[in-house]
Design a binder for this molecule. Structure first.
Ligand code: ST9
Ligand code: ZN
Ligand code: ZN
Length: 290
């Protein structure tokens, strides 16, 4: 039987992150932070979010649209700010998650429980099946993208710089925020973005409706959709992962990522946006829907 070896440095690091973020929360609710620091943190949260949703998720993991070089550079910068592993590693794990959903070869297999799917998978060694079956996934498109290659090569320097150093320094340098307060707020913003993202793997794999495929765990979770700028329509997304909207409906309704990609398409930086024809959706709903 597979024993899960715990990775103690990760456990300690995440406890430390949470302790510092809690101090950030305390400074926030006791009005000890400059309002500009909060706006700044919110801006970084949205940028990092776009790097995940429009960038590493919809573009690099699923190829649901194509992006010209300037957009790829911008999204790569945003994804680096998110400090959620390099584009290459994130997309590799995510493709494994879709191909081997809810099995031992899924890096955050929901069958191992809420905590494991949420963040526990980052605190232990991966199941051997993830590494073995993961070899079957084609990653040549990522290996051939110079933006992805550059980020992977310098990730260990770029990620701490973009996620912690610059976001902490700006409020301290430009509006004389207390340095430690700025650092705590930066850590709070980082942990909010991590937990919101992780909810897709935990909550949206447990709770919600299954209008498109009742045989899979991923579900339509409106709360997660709101928190993740449009990534909680997870029953639809696992049924039609190539749709750039990651949702059926055209209305944005909190799906800021779709609005962003549409805007990029208008200026010509995004193209070949893939969607699913309505009759294909209807047929699937009749065949496998709840
Ligand atoms: C983080 C990621 O948080 C979150 C991803 C969430 C995904 C959500 C998806 C939902 C959609 C979008 C949501 C939008 C939200 C928007 C929010 C808005 C505000 N295939 O990994 P290693 C092989 S990261 C094939 O070290 P260990 C490979 O050979 C948080 N092969 O495994 C590899 O070597 P190399 C910050 C694979 O040793 C070797 O195994 N980051 C695959 O078991 C070793 O790989 C951290 O905390 C595969 N899938 O360690 C870092 N995987 O890489 C945490 C592995 O050289 N990570 N191989 O090719 C770690 O410390 C370690 O990875 C570990 C496992 C301890 C977890
Ligand atoms: Zn999923
Ligand atoms: Zn996906």
């Amino acid at each position: 039987m597979f024993q899960t070896p715990i990775v103690w440095p990760n456990v300690i690091l995440f406890i430390l992150y949470h302790a510092i973020a809690l101090q950030g929360w305390y400074y926030f609710i006791t009005f000890q932070t400059n309002l500009r620091t909060i706006f700044w943190a919110f801006l970084i949260l949205v940028l990092a979010g776009q790097g995940i949703t429009s960038g590493v998720h919809r573009l690099w993991s699923h190829r649901s649209y194509k992006a010209k070089l300037p957009l790829r550079i911008f999204l790569c910068l945003c994804q680096t700010i998110s400090f959620q592993n390099s584009i290459y590693e994130w997309a590799r794990d995510h493709r494994a998650h879709h191909k081997f959903s809810d099995t031992d070869a899924d890096p955050h297999n929901i069958k191992r429980g809420f905590f494991f799917a949420h963040m526990g998978w980052l605190l232990v060694r991966k199941h051997p099946q993830v590494k073995m079956k993961g070899q079957l996934i084609d990653l040549s498109d990522l290996e051939n993208d110079p933006v992805v290659r550059f980020q992977k090569k310098y990730y260990h320097v770029l990620a701490p710089l973009c996620c912690f150093v610059v976001p902490t320094m700006v409020p301290w340098y430009f509006w004389k925020e207390n340095f430690y307060v700025s650092f705590c707020v930066c850590m709070l913003r980082y942990l909010i973005s991590l937990h919101f993202t992780w909810l897709v793997n935990s909550a949206a794999h447990l709770w919600g409706f299954k209008p498109y495929d009742r045989f899979i765990k991923p579900s339509e979770n409106q709360i997660v959709a709101k928190l993740t700028m449009g990534e909680g329509w997870h029953n639809y997304h696992h049924t039609f992962p190539w749709d750039y909207k990651a949702a059926e409906l055209d209305s944005y309704n909190g799906n800021l990522s779709t609005a962003f990609i549409d805007l990029m398409a208008k200026i010509g930086w995004a193209y070949d946006l893939k969607t699913v024809p309505l009759d294909v959706i209807r047929k699937r709903v009749l065949r496998t829907g709840q």
